[in-house]
Design a binder for this molecule. Structure first.
Ligand code: GLU
Length: 553
């Protein structure tokens, strides 16, 4: 009886690994092309950290004309949730991060290196486990969970490093005959890797993000195939990333300490190891303390939050690049109108300790991003969002032509207005432009400086009767407000007022405020000339009447 016989006894039907090595040939890509993946477990709502990883991976791939694929890591079937894959696929799509290969729904996939769902790759893992057993690099372990627990307690009591290694690895020294016998007796077992490492030796490794790191060698005989026949994360990682041709493993830095094990696995399997880039988690400032963004404490940690709030994907992506590379901000300043695809992301410039996430900043980025959208796009996206979240807003927007004019105010020019940071802001932002909303709500009119009822009434009446003309260009329009101010005995220029404050009760700006407040019931609005153009003289006159009536009350 030798290792080969043992391997045959354990995996009688497993194919020779040459079958898979041929089935998945090395990829034929141009020099420098990065092949990487997003490899989540479908265990629940997608976290913004996952989105961040996906964005980084996709970006690096696009920059190098490589391949980005989506692999579902569902070997821990206890933790799986229904529709978990669809949730991931949809989230990626929503943020423009579709994979080139991999899962495209719960059960469908595309690409030549599949299956891309680990639970469907059982036979592949078993072939490679068999291959290791044949060489004496893996073995069946008959320890029960209780046995393993007992070892652990002993180690703890003796204050010794825990784990299944060296002298503690009871089953590694069984003879082939003993192993075969136990199997034939029907004993339960799992497969462990027989680590050739020594804890007192060090390995040096260069991580693309973290830089040079040094670790003790791995000496743990980790489980590679579990009792259910599925692989552990570590083993699946080595097999999959080898067969799928991954050049760069971009993943969360909770895996950094597993690098010695992973390099060892690649080596013992005879594979070329990929490069590793370990991303630090996204952090949040919590009353002066930096902590990880948490699914439990922070609503903004869930990717679904952005859809609910109506924060456009473009804003989220732009913000995430902001925190990924600190030079992004300068790039953006110098390239205001460029698409983010033109920014060259660099993995080695990513934060080693974790970038800070700040919702206020994200919303600010959102304002700028939205300010560059066309009125048409703002309209479509708002309507789309409203259909899912706000029926009243859908109704408001039913007159598309009019709404495009509303969204067109101070848009499409050199310095577009930045007043919308998310679609859930829109209603409050524009509702005064819609008569139905305007008249159905109680409005309070705060005229500020000019407060005599008679003056206000006179300003409004004179303006409609004598000064406002829809055909005026902006300069003429403004000149007329100045004339009106003059006629009423106010300063026509703010400068004049400041020079001789005792001569005037108010100035042209205060007259404008009266017009603005009567028209919109707000003191702060976008450009009033444009608002008047959109509302038109007739509706304006009606609004002034209402303002006067309410003042007389
Ligand atoms: N399934 C692993 C996780 O979600 C993937 C890690 C990796 O990218 O290799 O953490």
């Amino acid at each position: 009886m030798d290792y080969k016989d043992l391997a045959n006894l354990i995996f009688p039907d497993a194919k020779d690994i040459s079958y898979y090595e041929e089935k998945y040939p090395r990829r034929n890509l141009k020099e420098g092309a990065v092949v990487t993946r997003y490899a989540p477990s479908p265990t629940g709502v997608m976290h913004v950290g996952g989105l961040y990883q996906g964005l980084i991976a996709k970006k690096i791939v696009e920059q190098t004309e490589g391949v980005f694929f989506l692999r579902i890591e569902d070997t821990d079937q206890k933790r799986e949730i229904e529709n978990g894959v669809m949730e991931i696929v949809n989230s990626l799509k929503q943020f423009g991060l579709e994979a080139d290969e991999g899962m495209i729904s719960d059960n469908e996939e595309k690409g030549d290196y599949g299956p891309y769902k680990q639970s469907q790759r059982k036979e592949i893992y078993q072939s490679y486990a068999k291959y290791l057993i044949e060489q004496g690099k893996a073995y069946p372990c008959f320890c029960t969970p209780e046995d393993v627990e007992a070892i652990r307690s002993k180690q703890e009591a003796a204050k010794i490093r825990p784990g299944y290694y060296g002298v503690w690895a009871k089953c590694r020294n069984n003879t082939v005959e003993e192993m075969a016998e136990k199997i034939k007796e029907g004993k339960n077992y799992i497969i462990r890797f027989k680590s050739p490492g020594r804890e007192d030796k060090k390995i040096k490794h260069k991580d693309v993000i973290k830089g040079n790191v040094e670790f003790p060698e791995n000496d743990q005989d980790i489980v590679i195939i579990k009792a259910d026949g599925l692989p552990t994360y570590h083993f699946a990682h080595a097999i999959d990333d080898h067969l799928m041709g991954t050049t760069h493993v971009i993943r969360g830095d909770e895996w950094l300490s597993s690098v010695p094990l992973h390099l060892q696995l690649f080596h013992e399997l005879g594979f070329k190891a990929p490069k590793y880039a370990h991303i630090a988690p996204i952090m949040k400032n919590d009353n002066g303390n930096k902590r990880k963004l948490s699914k439990r404490k922070d609503p903004e940690a869930a990717v679904s939050y952005y859809e609910e709030m109506g924060i456009p994907a473009e804003a989220v992506n732009e913000y995430l690049l902001n925190i990924a590379n600190s030079n992004f901000e300068n790039w953006r300043r110098a390239n205001k109108d460029k698409d983010i695809s033109e920014f060259e992301l660099q993995l080695n410039k990513m934060s080693v300790s974790g970038a800070l996430f700040d919702m206020v900043k994200l919303l600010d980025v959102g304002k700028t991003v939205i300010s560059k959208f066309t009125a048409e796009k703002v309209y479509e996206e708002t309507l789309d969002w409203a259909k899912r979240h706000d029926e009243e807003l859908v109704k408001m927007l039913s007159d598309k032509e009019y709404s495009l004019k509303v969204f067109g105010i101070e848009r499409g020019n050199k310095k577009p207005r930045k007043d919308i940071s998310k679609w859930s802001d829109v209603k409050e932002n524009i509702e005064y432009m819609y008569d139905e909303q305007f008249y159905s709500k109680e409005q309070s009119y705060e005229y500020q400086v000019i407060n005599e009822k008679e003056d206000i009434e006179k300003i409004l009446n004179l303006y409609i009767e004598k000064y406002y003309d829809e055909n005026d260009e902006k300069q003429e329009w403004f000149d007329k407000i100045k004339e009106l101010a003059g006629e009423m005995g106010y300063a026509k220029e703010v400068k004049e007022f400041k020079a001789n404050p005792e001569m005037y009760k108010a100035h042209v700006g205060d007259v404008s405020t009266v017009l603005r407040v009567a028209l919109t019931a707000r003191t702060n609005t976008p450009d009033m000339y444009e608002i008047m153009q959109v509302i038109g003289k007739e509706r304006m006159a009606k609004r002034f009447e209402k303002a006067i009536k309410e003042m007389r009350h």
